[in-house]
Design a protein around this ligand. Structure first.
Ligand code: PLP
Length: 396
C-alpha cells in the first residue's frame, strides 16, 4: 500500500503477540490449546495495589499529571532505586512512561542519529531491533550460544564496537534465555565501556525481581558509579508486580538524556495513566512480600519445565536463574522431523499436533530454539509437557 511509510513497512509485528493471537484464535474455534507464548505473569495484581487505584479514582486523580510522572511516583521510584539497587537519582533524572517498552522507545529516539549502531546481543527481546530501526539506527547483532550461557563476553563486545556505536543493550535477567550477568561479567563489560567514552549502555531490568540465582543481583550503575552518566536504567512494574496491563515503566539516566526523552513524550503520549501511576506508588511503597511469593512459584515451575524438556528426545534446555521462560534447543528434533525444517515450522507443528503454543527462536535471533513461557500454573505445565512428549514420541 503506497500510503504506508517506507520505514514502517520494514518493521515486523511482534512475533510473541502473533503467537498468542493464533493460540487465542484456535481456542475460540473450540480447540484445546495450551498457550505457553505469553510474556506476562498469570498472577493477579496484588490486592493492595488494586485498592490504591480504586482510591485514586474515588479521589478524582483522573486528570493530566506532569508529563514525566507525579511527584509521588517519582519519589517512590527514587526510594525503590536506593532500596533495591543502591543507586541515587534526583527527580530530574527520572521519567515515567507507558511501560518499559515506551521508555526504551523514548530512549532510542532521543539518542539515535541516522546510521548510529546499537549493539544487541542475541538471543534478544524481539522488540529491540525493530525499535532501533524505527529510530533510524542500525542493529549490530552479537551472537551468543548455550556454552556461554547466552551472555555476550567483553571480547565480543569490544570486537563489535565501531566509531558509529552509540548504544549497547543489556537485558538481565534475559527474555528469552532466563540468564543473568554475574558481577564479574559486568565488570569485564564495564572495562570495555570505559575505553569507549562515546558509547551509552541501556540496562533493561524489567525482570529484576524474578531471580533465584545464588549471587546477589548486581546493578551495573551501582557497580560502576563512574559510568552512571552513560548508563540508562530502565525498569517498571509490569513483570515483578504482575501489572502488565497497567502500563507503567520508567527510565533513570543523566538529566540531559531524560530531558530529551521527556520532550519526545510531551509531544506524543503526555503522561502515563494517572490511575496506574497511583497503583505503581503502592507497588513500590507497599509490602514487598508478593515479589517473593511469585518468584518462588516461578522457580518451581522453571525446575519442572527444564527437567521435563530435557527428558524429551531431541530437546535440550539450559537452566535459567530468572524471568519466566525456558529457551530450548530443538535443532535435533528438527533434524529428525520429516515435515519441519526450522523452528518456525516446528512451533506450528507443536501447536497443531500437541495443542501447545510456543514462540519460535528466530524472531529472538536464535534459529533452532523455541521459547516456552512458564508463567502459568503447574497443572497446565504438566499437561503441556506431557503433550509435547507424546507428540514427539509419535514421530518415532
Ligand atoms: N523488556 C523486556 C526484555 C521485556 O520482555 C518486556 C516485555 O515483554 C519489556 C521490556 C516491556 O515491558 P512493559 O510491559 O513494561 O512495557
Amino acid at each position: 500500500n503506497d500510503f504506508i511509510a517506507d520505514l514502517v513497512k520494514q518493521v515486523k509485528p511482534s512475533a510473541t503477540i502473533a503467537v498468542s493471537m493464533k493460540a487465542a484464535e484456535l481456542k475460540a474455534a473450540g480447540q484445546d490449546v495450551i498457550g505457553l507464548g505469553a510474556g506476562e505473569p498469570d498472577f493477579d495484581t496484588p490486592e493492595h495495589i488494586k485498592q490504591a487505584a480504586i482510591e485514586a479514582i474515588n479521589q478524582g486523580k483522573t486528570k493530566y499529571t506532569a508529563v514525566d510522572g507525579t511527584p509521588e511516583l517519582k519519589q517512590a521510584i527514587i526510594n525503590k532505586l536506593q532500596r533495591d539497587n543502591q543507586v541515587d537519582y534526583q527527580a530530574s533524572e527520572i521519567l515515567v512512561s507507558n511501560g518499559a517498552k515506551h521508555s526504551i522507545f523514548n530512549l532510542l529516539n532521543a539518542v539515535i542519529n541516522p546510521g548510529d549502531e546499537v549493539i544487541i546481543p542475541a538471543p534478544y527481546w524481539v522488540s529491540y531491533p525493530d525499535m532501533t530501526l524505527l529510530a533510524g539506527g542500525r542493529s549490530v547483532i552479537v551472537q551468543t550460544d548455550a556454552e556461554q550461557a547466552f551472555k555476550m563476553t567483553a571480547d565480543q563486545l569490544s570486537n563489535a564496537i565501531t566509531d558509529k556505536t552509540k548504544l549497547i543493550i543489556l537485558n538481565s535477567p534475559s527474555n528469552p534465555t532466563g540468564q543473568v550477568y554475574s558481577r564479574d561479567e559486568l565488570t569485564a563489560i564495564a572495562e570495555v565501556l570505559k575505553a569507549h567514552p562515546q558509547v551509552l549502555m541501556l540496562t533493561d531490568d524489567i525482570y529484576e525481581h524474578i531471580y533465584w540465582g545464588v549471587e546477589p543481583m548486581t546493578n551495573p550503575v551501582a557497580l560502576f558509579p563512574e559510568l552512571k552518566d552513560r548508563i540508562i536504567l530502565i525498569n517498571g512494574v509490569s513483570k515483578g508486580y504482575a501489572m502488565t496491563g497497567w502500563r507503567i515503566g520508567f527510565a533513570a539516566a543523566n538529566r540531559d538524556i531524560i530531558t530529551a526523552m521527556r520532550k519526545l513524550q510531551s509531544q506524543s503520549t503526555s503522561n502515563p495513566c494517572s490511575i496506574s501511576q497511583a497503583a505503581a506508588v503502592a507497588a513500590f511503597n507497599g509490602p514487598q512480600d508478593c515479589l517473593q511469593t511469585m518468584t518462588r512459584a516461578f522457580k518451581q515451575r522453571h525446575d519442572f519445565v527444564v527437567q521435563a524438556l530435557n527428558e524429551i528426545d531431541g530437546i535440550t534446555c539450559l537452566s535459567g536463574v530468572g524471568a519466566f521462560y525456558a529457551f530450548a534447543n530443538v535443532t535435533a528434533l528438527i533434524d529428525s522431523h520429516k515435515d519441519c525444517s526450522n523452528d518456525v515450522e516446528l512451533a506450528t507443528w507443536l501447536l497443531e499436533s500437541a495443542g501447545v503454543a510456543v514462540v519460535p527462536g528466530t524472531p529472538f535471533g536464535a534459529p533452532g530454539y523455541v521459547r516456552i513461557s512458564f508463567a502459568t500454573s503447574m497443572t497446565v505445565l504438566e499437561k503441556a509437557m506431557a503433550r509435547i512428549k507424546q507428540a514427539v514420541e509419535k514421530l518415532r
